[in-house]
Design a protein around this ligand. Structure first.
Ligand code: NA7
Length: 539
């Protein structure tokens, strides 16, 4: 039973408050409440657990990381026995899994659903956070753990005239829980990132007509969907701890054999064979990470991958003019995209590609979308336009730290934080996958971060420290290290959510530790070994 939301939360006093009940928030709650004995409760705007998997119910939504990595490991019995049906499960299966975890650990009784935290203020005298809910209730907690989502604050571009539209408009990440009947409808999808390409491939066979509004073409490789592999199940069952440790001790934590071979060190024939094998196998991130080790750091190596994918697009798409518009010209250095059968969609009579760079959207009309070339009649417009990533949801909470310092002010020119987890002058506040954390898949890394931050909390509790703050010099060095590390890769050279370039007006800045998870863990182990000297403790 969830706490009764009719009761006021006013005056609730906690050891730890967790914001969010997605993949990160659920484990943070379990760890704090059940493993460490804190009085911990969680708050979520949503009506149920799941975070991103609660909100993203759009057609075609599935996880494009293999399920063996996209799951928890803390509950070893569950890790060994959970029966994933597919290698890349669909959204309902991921959401069912997260509900099963919450039920198995009786977490829902400690989660306040339909409760948004709008303000967090640090009380220096009491060494506690005061949280204000959207209903105006005030709750206090010594520790605040924010699992608010890396990709969760929606980016909804405003096109003039949207209010006149007589059909329906939906953002993919706020999909109606009851679903939508889209069969036979005239549908417009704006955006061709990982969300857009999943929606397009799912809706193309059922739409009356599908218009794809593409601004920047992207490199899409096959995912290779299919049943969950028996040999993977055997590996997970035989040695769960070893399986997880091996996955964590890589750069990207995708459960892949990351290549260390340079694309330029082999012959053109060998390269073609390696790329072809990866294409045939599918496996999404594998095309970027398992083929060659320098695709994301060397422009020349990157060119070899992009030429291969462009050739595939031209072979697949029958109309050469459409193929040309689908061919990206920039580097392959965004979050890699993978879905089965994407380019094939554009051979269908009921799918039209609209290049909104060539013919920009002018307005939304009562009947559809008018570009500079034509008015396109639509029944439904789907925004697959992404998220105010990494920082968006933190900044939506009016957070006031030590000495009245506001997070919005501290991050005006881009975020500053330590290891994706803490922020100087915001004591006892911990982020799960916040800015300058590792650039990896998430669930196993969530667990790692939550274990690390809660060990730090226990360290403070055992010594009667009431507050933990990050040394601002250490934070500064970390941010600089992340910036320098990102510059060694090609990611800063391409605009995307990875560097904040997808949201108009957002400061463009690298927001990740790009040296890989193994290096990240090494650094954090060093800090533990040095008795957490990077932190300032107060009694
Ligand atoms: P992304 O990857 O940020 O993609 C958003 C898409 O929307 C992308 O194609 C954008 O084009 C397009 N976009 C954004 N604004 C506009 C406007 N104003 N007009 C036309 N097109 C626009 O978001 P996703 O939801 O697909 O994926 C985000 C992450 O969520 C993903 O990486 C997963 O990890 C989960 P652009 O390329 O900017 O020209």
């Amino acid at each position: 039973m969830a706490p009764d939301s009719a009761d006021t939360l006013d005056g609730l006093v906690l050891d730890a408050a967790v914001i969010g009940s997605g993949v990160g928030g659920l484990y943070a709650l379990q760890r704090l409440r059940d493993q460490l004995g804190f009085r911990a409760e969680a708050f979520d705007d949503a009506g149920g657990v799941g975070g991103t998997w609660y909100w993203n119910r759009y057609p075609g939504c599935r996880v494009d990381t293999e399920a063996s990595i996209y799951c928890y490991s803390f509950d070893e019995a569950l890790f060994r026995t959970w029966q994933w049906s597919e290698r890349y499960p669909r959204q309902p299966e991921v959401l069912a899994y997260l509900n099963a975890v919450a039920d198995r650990h009786d977490l829902k009784r400690s989660i306040h659903f339909n409760t948004r935290i709008v303000k967090a203020e640090w009380d220096e005298a009491a060494a506690r956070w005061w949280l204000t809910t959207g209903r105006g209730e005030r709750v206090s907690a010594r520790y605040l753990i924010e699992g608010v989502g890396l990709l969760s604050s929606t980016n909804m571009p405003s096109f003039p005239g949207a209010e006149r539209f007589e059909g329906q408009i939906h953002h993919a990440a706020r999909w109606p829980a009851a679903g939508l009947d889209l069969a036979g409808k005239r549908i417009g999808v704006i955006g061709t990132g990982s969300t857009g390409i999943q929606i397009i491939t799912a809706l193309a066979p059922q739409a009356g007509h599908l218009h794809v509004f593409q601004r920047t073409p992207q490199y899409v490789v096959p995912l290779g969907c299919g049943p969950f592999p028996a040999e993977r199940r055997a590996q997970m069952t035989a040695d769960p701890a070893g399986y997880v440790a091996r996955a964590l001790n890589t750069a990207s934590v995708f459960g892949l054999e990351e290549s260390t071979t340079s694309a330029l060190s082999v012959s053109a024939d060998t390269r073609a064979r390696v790329y072809e094998a990866a294409w045939q196998k599918g496996g999404g991130f594998g095309f970027m990470l398992e083929t060659f080790g320098d695709i994301v750091v060397s422009r020349e190596a990157n060119d070899t991958a992009t030429e291969f994918i462009r050739a595939k697009i031209r072979q697949t798409v029958e109309d050469p003019a459409v193929a040309t518009r689908l061919c990206p010209t920039d580097l392959y250095a965004k979050r890699p995209l993978a879905v089965d059968g994407y380019y094939e969609c554009f051979n269908r009579d009921n799918v039209t590609l609209v290049d909104v760079k060539a013919t920009p959207v002018v307005e939304i009309t009562a009947r559809g979308i008018r570009t500079t070339a034509a008015e396109i009649g639509l029944d439904v417009i789907i925004f697959a336009t992404g998220f105010d990533a990494v920082t968006g949801n933190y900044l939506k909470i009016d957070t006031v730290g030590r000495g009245g310092r506001r997070l919005q002010d501290k991050w005006t020119h881009g975020p500053q934080a330590f290891a994706g987890m803490t922020i100087a002058d915001f004591p006892n506040l911990f982020m799960i996958f916040g800015p300058f954390g590792p650039f990896t898949s998430q669930p196993l890394v969530h667990e790692y971060q939550i274990n690390w931050m809660t060990n730090l909390i226990v360290h403070a509790r055992n010594r009667d420290y009431r507050s933990i703050d990050t040394d601002s010099a250490v934070e500064h060095q970390w941010v600089e290290r992340c910036r320098a590390g990102a510059e060694l890769t090609l990611f800063p050279q391409v605009d995307s959510w990875i560097n904040g370039a997808n949201v108009p007006g957002k400061p463009k800045a690298s927001m990740f530790f790009m040296e890989g998870m193994a290096a990240y863990m090494q650094e954090l182990d060093r800090i533990v070994g040095a008795d957490y000297a990077s932190f300032v403790f107060r009694r």
